[in-house]
Write a protein that binds this ligand. Structure first.
Ligand code: SF4
Ligand code: SF4
Length: 256
């Protein structure tokens, strides 16, 4: 039988005989691959309940391991190590050390909620991913994640102005995560993104009119002006103050 999710198995535990004949049948090579057993002794009985205490992860106990979440996952399509089904399994078993082996990618969930929409048991895997990422951060197992830094900037703008400006959120996010904006624009994904958005291929081919008619000039100007004038939602002042006070109180309550 094929070994599914081979990437999850420690290579040292995969054993293959180059030459093997069983009952007269030649099963040399990968046909006879075996997985050496292992015993995990370190597990936390209360871990599942602890993760359930985070908002969004209340239904983690319902999972029946069908794998639909992983199959539909946006991030799994990019990186097969990103596996919500597996992390939910580990959560249920209380195998914290195994989860921590993936602490550098769990935060990458993009909250597309494809997993949540497809889950037949209403587990809400997206909420579990967020809960695990918050747990990793809260316990100090990892540095503040890019996701948290993004959320902080997003919330800051909501509280101050009652709205967000996409361009400002992204600019401050890149700044706060020490990313090289110039390098990304010149050689990275940002350059590709902007080029596609602005149809620069038309310009390179000499289709100047077509380029101008398809360039989102008004949108770009609007974004630029918003960065300068920072518009607020009408009558936001008092509402923002009350919300900020509430958030502050909740933080003090949570962290003592
Ligand atoms: S889709 Fe739902 S039930 Fe299936 S493995 Fe994922 S969380 Fe579990
Ligand atoms: S919400 Fe996260 S875990 Fe769920 S499908 Fe999207 S990226 Fe994957």
């Amino acid at each position: 039988m094929a070994i599914h999710e081979k990437t999850l198995i420690d290579p040292n535990r995969l054993v293959t005989s180059d030459t093997l004949v069983v009952d007269g049948v030649d099963v040399s090579g990968h046909w006879n691959t075996m997985i050496l057993p292992r015993t995990l002794k370190e597990y936390d009985d209360g871990f599942e309940d602890h993760i359930k205490s985070y908002a969004g992860a209340e239904n983690v106990h319902r999972c029946w391991q069908c794998g639909s979440c992983t199959n539909s996952c946006t991030m799994y399509a990019q990186n097969t190590d990103f596996n919500p089904r597996y992390w939910i399994y580990l959560t249920r078993l209380g195998l914290k050390d195994e989860i921590l082996k993936d602490k550098d990618i769990i935060w990458q969930c993009v909250s597309c909620n494809k997993c949540t929409n497809i889950c037949p048991k209403d587990v809400k895997p997206e909420g579990v991913m967020k809960a695990l990422a918050h747990w990793i951060e809260a316990e100090g197992f990892g540095a503040k994640s890019n996701s948290t830094i993004f959320d902080e900037e997003f919330s800051r703008q909501c509280l101050v102005r009652g709205r967000i400006e996409d361009s400002e959120v992204m600019t401050n996010f890149f700044k706060n995560t020490n990313q090289n904006l110039k390098e990304m624009a010149l050689h990275g994904w940002l350059g590709i993104f902007v080029a596609r958005m602005n149809k620069w291929t038309d310009l390179r081919k000499g289709n100047v009119f077509r380029f101008l008619t398809r360039t989102p000039l008004m949108h770009s100007m609007h974004m630029g002006l918003s960065m300068i004038f920072k518009p607020k939602t009408k009558s936001w002042g008092r509402t923002g103050e009350v919300l900020s006070q509430y958030v502050k109180e909740q933080k003090e309550f949570t962290h003592g």
